[in-house]
Design a protein around this ligand. Structure first.
Ligand code: GRF
Length: 212
């Protein structure tokens, strides 16, 4: 993918994943800069985090746009203006249009709280609990035009049965996310993972307790 140095992080909520990436950059683990944080929600705590770190940030209100395409056009102009190399979705609660995905082909990654292809979409933790699944986990994938459907870059899984209530299950997922996302971003930046050459099911699955 070449020399990735400038990241944009797209958010809609709390921004704990954004924070983990910021922290990793600040301690020198990730050798890149966050050029821009963009939120479509004005009150997102992620924006407060960005401001506290003196990062460029923008609030882009999707309600001010008449179509998904026009919102995505404004989004893409911001990203191009800041010469972003990698677009990191971190709790960004919007589907991106096909033309946006094509424009930033293989440059958009997402983190999803399930072992995809199981449980795309929302309420993944509830589904794991209700179905008594043995395992739960986190997936990082390239974004394509589907919902949580792009090629998988990495997964981390753990024994879900140890967690008896939804809150402890969710906090376990978050603690894994905060390790896995910075790690994978670092590997992309250092060229250990090439987003142009992801091959089918041959992704790395980290086992919690063992190697995360
Ligand atoms: C994370 O669980 C992520 O997997 C999902 O949205 C959540 C965002 O959390 N896509 P935060 O805003 O980073 O705290």
């Amino acid at each position: 993918m070449g020399n990735i140095k400038k990241l944009a992080v797209l958010v809609s909520g709390n921004g704990s994943n954004l924070q983990s990436i910021i922290d990793s950059i600040n301690i020198g683990e990730i050798n890149a800069n966050i050029s821009l944080v963009i939120s479509n929600i004005e009150t997102a705590y992620a924006l407060t985090r960005a401001k506290k770190e003196n990062l460029n940030s923008a609030f882009l209100n999707h309600k001010n746009f008449s179509s998904r395409e026009s919102f995505d056009q404004a989004l893409s102009e911001l990203l191009i203006k800041h010469e972003v190399d990698l677009i990191v979705l971190a709790g960004f609660m919007r589907i991106l249009s096909n033309s946006f995905i094509e424009k930033f082909n293989k440059k958009i990654i997402n983190i999803h709280p399930s072992l995809l292809p199981k449980y795309p979409g929302l309420k993944t933790h509830e589904k794991v609990m209700n179905n008594n699944d043995n395992y739960h986990g986190v997936t990082i994938h390239l974004v394509d035009e589907g919902l949580d459907s792009g090629p998988i870059i990495a997964q981390a899984r753990f024994k879900a049965t140890k967690y008896k209530d939804i809150d402890s299950l969710i906090s376990k997922v978050h603690s894994i996310e905060h390790k896995l996302y910075p790690l994978i971003i670092k590997m992309i930046i250092e060229g250990e993972i090439n987003l142009n050459e992801l091959s089918g099911k041959n992704f790395k699955c980290y086992e919690d307790e063992l190697d995360l």
